[in-house]
Design a protein around this ligand. Structure first.
Ligand code: ADP
Length: 642
């Protein structure tokens, strides 16, 4: 059965590497111990075999040696009997001669039970000792030796094989072995011990022929070679195995406990890392010397270094701006002394690419598991986004204020326009009346008539302007219609020509003849052009030398936008941007109202265009407006429908 595979790990979880599988490691000591025990048992068995073999070798050699000795003893006794027979032959004085032979008496002292002299017809001639045999024979079987007599007859010596054995077997051999003499039917002829030999002992049997026909000498070892599974070593080994088994069981429990704890730790570590990585707050831990010992991913990303590049560094840190090392070091020493403000402090750090950014740092003591203070843990907030939001909020507030002022201004202008409308209408009516009266004259002065005509036109134009601005300010929407911008520019400049001549300002037009007709409110765009040209004229009014305004039009390279720019060679904007210039009521002129550019921008933005102002490269100012060529036809038709 294969082990269950680990679920796929999320790449973001860079956990400490998992140690190799060690599920069954706890069984290793038991396994090794069993191998050791098997070795010991094999060794015990081999030792037993060797002991048995050694005992057997000794047994065989001792049996051979004893058999030789016993055979030699019987041989010797046989020779001694022959010697007695020879002496008896020499004396041949009668039956009593046997008793007088010292050799015969010596034999009886050894282990002969009796000495019998038989004649040629096997009749008893004499016997030593006198009396029945049984009285001396004692327990056990007896054996006999015989020697022929020269005179005919036989000398027979009956002896006790048991006694013979007792005299022949050395004491040390008798202690080592039970020695028995057996006949052909395994009946015991003689034995050095009364006990029956026990089973399981080694014995060796050797034939006593020819010294003792049909008899066997059997040696049985008294010492039993204990079987290998008996005795102290096996008991110790068994105890050892039991002990190891118990230890293994405890080890297994311990290892399971450790595995569970490790699994819990790994889960916790994974969670902690996931939490740390998901934080938008940077974290850094420093030891008491100020060495970075840990940074989270957020902090590393904040400063543009990899965590491993930061860990281990001592101050000065690479994210300290180079020009304020001194000051930051002072702050660092203060923090290390535990005097960092509890409410945090602001700092400026440097990204790896050199970009500076503001952070808010909160320091807290870092304590280990025993509660010992081992360093400082800092949480770092990148303030860039917050600053951006604050700035946006500020601008939104400003814009709202700006719109509020514009609305108010619109109301004022609307009322003003309404009020102006009547006098302008009156001027036009009076003018028409005067012209009618003049025409009735026989010869009206043509110069006066022309002037009156221009007066009427101007009054009508002023009425139109007032009307359109009033409409725009109340509706906040331009009246869209196809419009040729070059004509609008020319018209606006023409209206100011006299005023510009007075200011001795030269106006040049650089118009793109191929400009497409766009959809726009011509009257409002003309007002923008007039305002820009007038402002340029005002800026040039006090300028010595050449005073020049260039009003131009052009089409963008992709043909989607038309651009009108008005440039002058005046004092320029002094670095002021469009925002500042368009701020309502911003004016540097004594009688300026400061609303012109603000209204211009509103008009352009109402056309979905862009309005901008910069200092010109060669001095002076450039005001430019960009309008989309294809302001959607739907807007135009919607406009026409209203
Ligand atoms: P106003 O004309 O009443 O001052 P505007 O909104 O039209 O109000 O202009 C605001 C200010 O912008 C002017 O007071 C002037 O300081 C500056 N300005 C406008 N046009 C130019 C220019 N062509 N060169 C230099 N300054 C300019």
């Amino acid at each position: 059965m294969s082990a269950p595979a680990d679920p796929p790990r999320h790449p973001a979880l860079a956990l400490p590497p998992r140690p190799p599988a060690r599920r069954g490691l706890w069984a290793l000591p038991l396994l090794l111990s069993l191998v050791f025990v098997a070795g010991v048992l094999l060794w015990l068995r081999a030792t037993e075999q060797a002991d048995l073999e050694e005992q057997r070798t000794a047994l065989v050699s001792d049996a051979l040696s004893l058999e030789t000795q016993a055979s030699a003893r019987i041989e010797r006794e046989s020779l001694l009997l022959k010697d007695v027979a020879t002496r008896l032959d020499h004396r041949s004085t009668g039956p009593q001669a046997l008793a007088t032979l010292p050799e015969a008496q010596q034999g009886l002292h050894r282990f002969w039970i009796s000495l019998t002299w038989l004649d040629a017809a096997n009749r008893l001639v004499a016997q030593l000792p006198d009396g029945p045999d049984g009285a001396r024979s004692g327990p056990g079987l007896s054996a006999h030796l015989s020697a022929p007599l020269a005179s005919g007859g036989t000398l027979v010596a009956r002896y006790s094989p048991g006694e013979m054995l007792r005299q022949t077997v050395p004491w040390w051999l008798a202690r080592k072995y039970d020695v028995r003499l057996l006949d052909g039917f395994d009946a015991v002829i003689a034995s050095t011990t009364e006990d029956r030999p026990l089973d399981g002992r080694q014995s060796w049997r050797i034939s006593m022929a020819p010294a003792l026909a049909d008899s066997w000498l059997e040696l049985t070892a008294r010492d039993v070679v204990p079987p290998w599974y008996h005795g102290l070593p096996v008991a110790m080994v068994a105890g050892f195995v039991a002990l190891i088994a118990a230890i293994t069981w405890m080890l297994r429990r311990q290892m399971h406990g450790v595995s569970r704890a490790e699994a819990a730790w790994r889960t916790e570590a994974a969670w902690r890392q996931a939490m740390e990585d998901s934080l938008t707050v940077g974290l850094r831990a420093r030891d008491l010397e100020g060495r970075l010992v840990y940074v989270n991913r957020t902090l590393a990303d904040m400063v543009g270094y990899e965590p491993h590049e930061l860990v281990g560094l001592l101050p000065p840190m690479p994210y300290w701006p180079a020009d304020s090392h001194e000051e930051i070091m002072q702050r660092h020493l203060r923090n290390m002394a535990g005097q960092a403000p509890r409410e945090g402090y602001e700092a400026r750090w440097r990204q790896r690419d050199g970009r500076l950014f503001d952070v808010m740092v909160f320091e807290a003591p870092l304590v280990d598991a025993r509660g010992v203070h081992i360093g400082w843990m800092g949480s770092i907030l990148d303030m860039t986004e917050r600053r951006r939001l604050e700035e946006r909020e500020r601008r939104q507030t400003e814009t709202m204020a700006h719109h509020a002022r514009l609305t108010m201004l619109g109301e004022v202008a609307s009322t003003l326009a309404h009020e102006l409308n009547q006098p302008l209408t009156a001027i036009a009516s009076y003018n028409a009346g005067v012209m009618n009266s003049m025409q009735k004259l026989p010869s009206p002065d043509p110069v006066v008539m022309r002037a009156l005509k221009r007066l009427g036109e101007q009054a009508a134009h002023a009425g139109a302007i007032v009307q359109r601005i009033r409409e725009f300010l109340t509706r906040r929407e331009p009246r869209l219609e196809p419009c040729a911008l070059n004509a609008v520019i020319e018209g606006g400049v023409a209206l100011l020509r006299r005023e510009l001549q007075r200011q001795q300002v030269q106006v040049l037009l650089q118009l793109d003849a191929a400009l497409p007709v766009i959809v726009a409110d011509a009257v409002l765009i003309e007002q923008v052009v007039i305002n820009l040209v007038r402002n340029a004229g005002d800026a040039l009014a006090h300028q010595a030398g050449e005073r020049r305004i260039v009003a131009g039009s052009s089409l963008s390279a992709d043909g989607r936008f038309v651009r009108i720019d008005v440039r002058d060679n005046g004092p320029g904007l002094g670095g002021l941007g469009i925002e500042a210039l368009c701020a309502p009521f911003f004016s540097t002129k004594a009688e300026g109202m400061g609303m012109g550019l603000a209204i211009c921008r509103s008009i352009i933005e109402a056309h979905h265009g862009m309005f901008d102002a910069t200092d010109a490269a060669g001095g002076g100012a450039v005001f430019a407006l960009t309008l989309p060529v294809d302001l959607s036809a739907s807007e135009l038709s919607a406009e026409e429908g209203t």
